[in-house]
Ligand binder design. Structure first.
Ligand SMILES: C[S@@+](CC[C@H](N)C(=O)[O-])C[C@H]1O[C@@H](n2cnc3c(N)ncnc32)[C@H](O)[C@@H]1O
Length: 213
């Protein structure tokens, strides 16, 4: 089994458990629905956290393998998996070495994760490896602002934010990273909202990208 000690952030995990309830009510839950709509077959979710996507998977999904490296969040995800009808197997692991065979999934999901993964190109290469040809990536991520001044503020805040936020970066261009990894972007919506009272509205992207067949 992979050494997951570097991914343990118990303070962040406790905070995420608390604040995510507010975030769901302020618009995150509806973005999860939009991100996962129409999925079918075998799905791998990378960085599943406490399992907040689980109630949003459509019935046609036959299995979700939910990979989560952080112990506390993974335990919460295991509980969440028992409350839904879609079969969900929660497993320990991380994006840089997904515990899955090559080409065995119809779709992969990342939500609010590529901001935290240390090596985004390596994570996307792993997602490519486990998807079948023509497989799909569904993503929902917060990203760097297109407003230059706000983007610079995000650059400045990221080092401190990242320490408190389990490695989260405020300033990533995740759509460019997905394209650079060889996915064809099929849809990309940019939405602005404030998932928490104490943060200003900021940019999120959600969409679909496909591998060549
Ligand atoms: C902000 S939480 C989001 C959780 C969940 N995806 C959601 O939508 O609520 C970020 C998650 O990414 C996970 N994470 C961080 N680095 C990771 C990596 N390299 N591989 C997989 N998951 C990672 C964290 O443990 C945490 O669960």
């Amino acid at each position: 089994m992979a050494d997951l000690s570097v991914f343990q952030h118990p303070r962040f995990a406790r905070m995420y458990e608390r604040i995510s309830a507010e975030s769901e009510q302020r618009g995150t839950a509806e973005r999860r629905d939009a991100t996962l709509a129409g999925l079918a077959g075998r799905v791998i979710e990378v960085g599943a956290g406490n399992g907040l996507n689980f109630t949003h998977y459509p019935e046609k999904v036959t299995e979700v393998v939910a990979v989560e490296p952080e112990d506390r969040l993974r335990a919460l995800a295991e509980q969440a998996a028992t409350t839904v009808s879609v079969p969900i197997r929660v497993v320990a692991g991380h994006a840089g070495a997904l515990p899955a065979e090559d080409g065995t999934f119809d779709a992969a999901v990342t939500s609010l994760v590529l901001c935290s993964v240390a090596d985004v190109p390596a994570a996307l290469a792993e997602i490519r490896r486990v998807l079948r040809p023509g497989g799909e990536l569904r993503f929902f991520e917060h990203v760097r602002s297109a407003n230059p001044a706000f983007g610079l503020l995000q650059d400045a805040l990221t080092p401190v934010w990242s320490r408190a936020g389990g490695g989260c970066h405020l300033n990533r261009d995740t759509a460019a990273a997905i394209r650079a990894a060889g996915f064809d972007l099929q849809s990309l919506d940019r939405v602005y909202y404030a998932p928490l009272r104490f943060v200003p509205p900021h940019a999120h992207i959600l969409g679909r990208a496909r591998l060549p067949r």
